[in-house]
Design a protein around this ligand. Structure first.
Ligand code: ZN
Length: 88
């Protein structure tokens, strides 16, 4: 990973439609315990992969999605949002 943990955990990439009510959204860098697909690149990653898990209540229902590290790196590079101190 190119950046420190907190960088991944603050760059929200959620696909959630802005017209819905989203509450308590959190993003966490996790090691997956089962296979998950990345909602950005649609690739499936095996368990024990580092991915960012986002959870929230969406219109009153709990939901979650996963994003792979490569997609977040791309997002960060496109948006140039990293200060030097966040780099590893
Ligand atoms: Zn991805």
């Amino acid at each position: 990973m190119k950046y420190k943990r907190y960088i991944y955990e603050r760059n929200y990439l959620s696909p959630i439609d802005r017209d819905v009510e989203v509450l308590n959204k959190v993003a966490k860098l996790v090691t997956t315990r089962k296979a998950h697909f990345c909602w950005v690149c649609r690739k499936t990653f095996p368990k024990n992969t580092a991915m960012v898990c986002e959870r929230a209540f969406v219109d009153g229902k709990p939901g979650s999605c996963y994003t792979c590290i490569d997609c977040i790196d791309d997002f960060i590079e496109e948006n140039e949002i990293i200060a030097e101190e966040g780099k590893t």
